[in-house]
Design a protein around this ligand. Structure first.
Ligand code: FAD
Ligand code: NAI
Length: 469
């Protein structure tokens, strides 16, 4: 292994590992320093991938119990084998993380195993995880891709047994009878869905008066209605003021966010999911003088450069949505720029998906954002209950909503709640990326019968002439 590189990436998550692979493809001598025992970062190890494996398995269990009878498939004695379900999740994680290791070898990226610390512009010291002597490496460009960590809830200590973060919630040894989720965002609703489907009574305690803040309000309302029908209980506008562990589980003291009478809520397990914050512990930002904002996010310019020449940052550790694909896009754009190409990230076309059932997916601006910006827009909506494929599938919950500029017809935002919304949003993202109009989508031939026809119909609705409603 050489000690001088063109690029050293710190962190092997979707930001860092993708940046490293692309840099190597472009002919740059590249190393990626990762201190976890495996590559793939939060996303592959304790985030996107294990959570989706559990969502998939729990959905199959719920289907077997409640949804197959309508198809004439009768099952008796459906049983849950939690150990097998968890083992499958671990296997999926292993396949994905080893896949990245293979890609590193294939592209000749050196994986330097250990914790990196910045010692000077262009120099990092790597301490092996077994505590051996630090090794110093140099590079023309250093990319910080150290990701994020959970936001703790003051006064509520996470032990990953009875009070868990998303990491503990991915590996509970038994199905809790009562699960309280603090935070009605991505993690709370996805992990809450997993355990609800497996049999827990789930209560979501959310500080604001709505779930999924930031999503289009109409989708949030509909999602809450559907989840309530699935058995979720919601305590909105509520904060946790104390938590006490006892032999019967955890007793939370709740108070209305605006103040008022307190109440107690007892549960076997509490999941704290109130957001994530940039992770830069032990990185030595102060040593080299890399500037961060008041939320701990590393400050970068449009080319991901920090205030220290030769040091860049991408992914969860900088501002913007904390999403794997956003981190990867930034990694690619940055190293292409370092290799002399012109590259950029279109932040106006980054999809966001919540993998509940139905899924919720969004790209572009929400109605609330358009109203606040004073932009005149028109709306085209189409329900899945009027889509032939959704009816054939027996999944008719939800709708597609397209927001287009009132005068130019340019698509400004697309919001979908419904079956496979996370897949359907790709078409809308492409539309935004290409600056398409609603009419462009409406005039595009869509295969029949597909769920995608609901996107076409919503576009037709924006033009004032949906066909199937
Ligand atoms: P990370 O993936 O956090 O990777 C950073 C890596 O840097 C880590 O492996 C860490 O060990 C390493 N590191 C840190 N400091 C050092 C150091 N000093 N030296 C060496 N290594 C270091 N996003 C989605 O888009 N879709 C999803 O479905 C999704 N699901 C999620 C589910 C959960 C439960 C969670 C917690 C997150 C989920 N996310 C999802 C968010 C996604 O995981 C993050 O946005 C993404 O991982 C960010 O990538 P990153 O490369 O910036 O950082
Ligand atoms: P989040 O930001 O999505 O949701 C946190 C929720 O907690 C918000 O609704 C917020 O109002 C609420 N909250 C904040 N403080 C609170 C308090 N004291 N009491 C009660 N409620 C409180 O954060 P979450 O769910 O922890 O996920 C972190 C990030 O990870 C997400 O923002 C997302 O970027 C990423 N993620 C993405 C996924 C995906 O793409 N499908 C899945 C899981 C995580």
């Amino acid at each position: 292994m050489p000690d001088t590189y063109d690029v050293i990436v710190i962190g092997g998550g979707p930001g860092g590992y993708v940046a490293a692979i692309r840099a190597a493809q472009l002919g740059l001598r590249t190393a990626c320093v990762e201190k976890r025992g495996s590559l793939g970062g939060t996303c592959l190890n304790i985030g996107c991938i294990p959570s989706k494996a559990l969502l998939q398995s729990s959905e199959k269990y719920a289907e077997a119990q409640h949804a197959l009878a309508q198809h004439g498939v009768k099952l008796a004695g459906v049983e849950l084998d939690l150990a097998t379900l968890m083992a499958r999740k671990d296997k999926v994680v292993g396949e994905n993380t080893r896949g990245v290791e293979f890609l590193f070898k294939k592209n000749k990226v050196d994986w330097v195993k250990g914790a990196a610390r910045l010692v000077a512009a262009g120099r990092v010291a790597v301490t092996p995880m077994n505590g051996g002597e630090a090794q110093e490496l140099g590079a023309r460009s250093i990319i910080i891709a150290t990701g994020s960590d959970i936001v703790p809830l003051p006064g509520v200590e996470i032990d990953e047994k009875t009070v868990v973060s998303s990491t503990g919630a991915l590996s509970l040894p038994a199905v809790p009878k009562q699960l309280v989720v603090v935070g009605g965002g991505y993690i709370g609703l996805e992990m809450g869905s997993v355990w609800r489907r497996l049999g827990s009574a789930v209560t979501v305690v959310e500080f604001l008066d709505r779930i999924t803040p930031g999503m289009d309000g109409e989708l949030s309302k509909q999602l809450q209605r559907v989840l309530a029908r699935q058995g979720f209980a919601f305590k909105l506008g509520t904060k946790v003021v104390a938590a006490e562990r006892g032999k019967d589980g955890v007793t939370l003291t709740l108070e209305p966010a605006a103040g008022g009478a307190r109440e107690e809520l007892v549960s076997d397990v509490v999941l704290v999911a109130i957001g994530r914050r940039p992770y830069t512990e032990g990185l030595g930002l102060e040593t080299v003088g890399v500037a961060a904002d008041n939320k701990g996010r590393i400050i970068v310019d449009a080319n991901f450069a920090t205030n220290v020449p030769g040091i860049y940052a991408i992914g969860d550790v900088i501002a913007g949505p904390m999403l794997a694909h956003k981190a990867s896009e930034e990694g690619v754009a940055l190293v292409e720029t370092l290799a002399g190409q012109k590259s950029h990230v279109n932040y106006g076309a980054i999809p966001a998906v919540i993998y509940t059932w139905p899924e919720v997916a969004s790209v572009g601006q929400t109605e609330e954002e358009l109203k606040a910006a004073g932009i005149a827009y028109k709306t085209g909506k189409f329900p899945f209950s009027a889509n032939a494929r959704a009816r054939a599938n027996g999944d008719t919950e939800g709708f597609v909503k397209i927001l287009a500029d009132e005068r130019s017809d340019r698509v400004l935002g697309v919001h979908i709640i419904g079956p496979d919304a996370g897949t359907l949003i790709a078409e809308a993202t492409l539309a935004l990326e290409y600056g398409a109009s609603a009419e462009d989508i409406a005039r595009t031939c869509h295969a029949h019968p597909t769920l995608n026809e609901a996107v076409k119909e919503a576009a037709l609705a924006a033009e004032g002439h949906a066909l199937h409603i």
